[in-house]
Ligand binder design. Structure first.
Ligand code: DAH
Length: 357
């Protein structure tokens, strides 16, 4: 064996010994450079092949190849072992398996109350109503006074109010500018009348707030949909026909309905609108207090003072309005016993309404 072949084999022995004590990836890298770099030890020896006796050259060349392959393999193996010990998975292990089945997306769905809202939008859309929305933060003037409810009027007890305090002010006292959280969607009637010209047919869905002691049937936060129609020659009969159609669209053709006298300051006359009990169908049960009827909304002919507050001449136009709570409709639709579940954000509850239904 030639002298060069001997030195190549010696280099392999030395390098493997050095590799055995290389403690980290950096040490392996610098060993690799010291062997394979431009003036690396192996590179220099291999360059010497050119001066080798032509008779020896093929054999020495074979040795050189074998040494190079052995060192390459040893360096790579050691590098992988170190990477694994350090917890870094080698890149090859990270490659994606393109044939693996995908992970399913977790698709959310509408809250059951929002499904009810959407259904109402659809029903009223078919009746020619457009959607008109107003702000959740209102003024006393819009929420009450424009709706014919003066300060200190006894009917204010129907709407316990959450006041918005001035910065640094006392939250139990009304702010000087009268800012409140709206207690119903009725102030949007005023906004709609001021913004639109008759004939007006709008529904105004939205969130409302009241200062309530929270229990199974009361929340401080809830949803309403208000309806308003202003036109020449609208009548209580139109309102009745409209609501009957609405009740059948929402609850089915077999639903029976009735008007009862009611009281709201913003309508005259005012009515309560009942449907045959959604639980027993009218024969009388605990849910309807044995009456066979359930009240689903309040309504009436818009009071002339309210039309005037909306900038509409009551001599020329009449209107009817109605307002209903979405949460109650949702509870009845699904037989949910406690209103608080709707606001709980509890996935175990919400996941029971995959289509919102
Ligand atoms: N705003 C009433 C409430 O919150 C509901 C209502 C009743 C709205 C009669 C109306 C109406 O538009 O005409 O209890």
């Amino acid at each position: 064996m030639s002298d060069l072949a001997d030195r190549l084999q010696q280099l392999q022995t030395d390098a493997l010994a050095e590799l055995a004590v290389a403690a980290d990836a950096q040490a392996v890298d610098s060993l690799r450079a010291s062997l394979f770099g431009r003036s690396g030890r192996l590179t220099v020896l291999v360059r010497g092949l050119a001066e080798e006796d032509p008779a020896e050259r093929p054999a020495t060349g074979k040795v050189a190849n074998a040494v190079r392959d052995a060192l390459e393999a040893a360096l790579t193996a050691r590098q992988a072992a170190i990477a694994e010990a350090e917890g870094a998975v080698p890149l090859s292990g990270e490659a994606s398996d393109m044939s693996a089945p995908g992970r399913p997306w977790r698709v959310g769905h509408l809250h059951p109350t929002m499904t009810v809202e959407r259904d109402l939008r659809e029903i009223f859309h078919a009746f020619g109503f457009e959607v008109f929305e107003g702000p959740e933060i209102e003024t006393d003037a819009m929420n009450f006074e424009a709706l014919n409810i003066p300060p200190d009027h006894p009917s204010r007890d129907l709407w316990d109010t959450l006041y918005v305090a001035e910065a640094g002010g006392d939250p139990r006292q009304p702010a000087a500018d009268g800012t409140i959280l709206r207690t119903h969607t009725s102030p949007v009637q005023i906004r709609a009348m001021r913004a639109l010209t008759p004939p007006i047919r709008v529904i105004t869905p939205g969130r409302c707030f009241r200062y309530e002691a929270v229990d199974a049937s009361h929340g401080f936060e809830f949803f309403q949909v208000e309806g308003l129609v202003v036109d020449r020659d609208t009548s209580l009969a139109d309102l009745k026909g409209m609501l009957e159609e609405f009740a059948r669209a929402l609850y089915g053709e077999a639903t029976r309905t009735r008007f009862r006298p009611g009281y709201y300051p913003f309508t005259e006359p005012s009515v309560a609108f009942d449907v045959s009990c959604l639980v027993c169908g009218g024969s009388g049960c605990a849910a309807c207090g044995r009456s066979g009827w359930m009240t689903i909304l309040g309504a009436g002919m818009v009071h002339p003072a309210v039309l005037r507050a909306g900038g509409i001449d009551p001599e020329e136009f009449q209107g009817y309005a109605f307002g209903m709570g979405l949460d109650r409709i949702t509870l009845l639709r699904h037989g949910i016993p406690d209103l608080r579940l709707l606001m709980s954000a509890d996935m175990r509850f919400l996941e029971q309404f995959p289509a919102g239904r």
